[in-house]
Design a protein around this ligand. Structure first.
Ligand code: SAH
Length: 229
């Protein structure tokens, strides 16, 4: 007997697309907190399952973070949406991300704005992210390997800066690299739990707002935690 394409074990890309739609409806739209249609469109479009280890792709659309190697994680879909929405992005914005990880958050940003810069400290993770993003055809994302707590002076100033690892405090250099009116989202707290903070630069001064509780892996660097534990 010949097996049809659909009798293969696993999902085809159409089935992944359905899972993605279901993820957006049940995790992102349902509670009414995410309203930015650009964010919703980007979450519907980016194939999250192609940004994680092959063995985890069937879990990609679940309501939780997942491991991507080296003790690091890809954030829960809702967290990606909430952080992206908090940046209040428009197409002409220039955004810096600290903590490239899988490249998924960078892809979401790149669907919304023209220029994305992202920094990852772990070489093997950065190389995998480069592959993931190249496979998806992104040409508006620049990746650097290094300590993101120092920012990326060369392309500053930024309209938005997103830190996707937990820090003990807001690194001053990142605030300096924001434009007037720019937004910085960053999880601040201890090693195990943090508050997601939105910092806006108003008249050169930081205006802070706490958004929600969260749990991120550690931001490790000169102006973050001192080691990877
Ligand atoms: N945004 C990612 C998830 C990131 S997990 C995604 O969409 O998949 C946090 C990442 O931050 C990890 O890969 C970790 O290695 C990285 N990281 C931690 N400290 C860093 C630093 N100082 N500079 C750059 N990257 C850092």
């Amino acid at each position: 007997m010949r097996l049809s394409r659909h009798s293969k074990i696993g999902k085809n890309s159409y089935e992944f697309e359905l899972s993605r739609k279901e993820m957006v409806e049940s995790q992102i739209i349902r509670y009414g907190e995410i309203k930015d249609t650009n964010v919703i469109q980007a979450m519907l479009k980016v194939p999250r399952h192609l940004f994680m280890p092959e063995s985890l792709k069937y879990e990609a659309y679940g309501d939780y973070p997942l491991p991507i190697g080296e003790g690091q994680t890809i954030s829960q879909p809702y967290m990606v949406a909430a952080m992206t929405e908090a940046l209040e992005l428009k197409i002409t914005d220039r955004v810096l991300e600290i903590g490239t990880g899988s490249g998924y958050q960078a892809a979401i940003l790149a669907e919304i704005v023209e220029e994305v810069y992202t920094i990852e400290r772990i070489e093997s993770i950065a190389q995998q992210a480069k592959k993931n993003l190249a496979n998806q055809g992104y040409t508006n994302i620049k990746i650097k390997i290094g300590d993101g707590t120092l920012g990326w002076e060369e392309f500053a100033l930024y309209d938005g800066i997103i830190v996707t690892a937990g820090a003990p405090s807001v690194p001053e250099i990142l605030f300096q690299q924001l434009k007037e009116g720019g937004r910085l989202v960053i999880p601040i707290g201890d090693r195990f739990s943090q508050d997601l903070i939105l910092v806006r630069k108003q008249n050169g001064k930081p205006v802070q707002k706490s958004l929600l509780g969260c749990m991120f892996v550690s931001l490790v660097g000169k102006y973050g935690w001192r080691n990877g534990a």
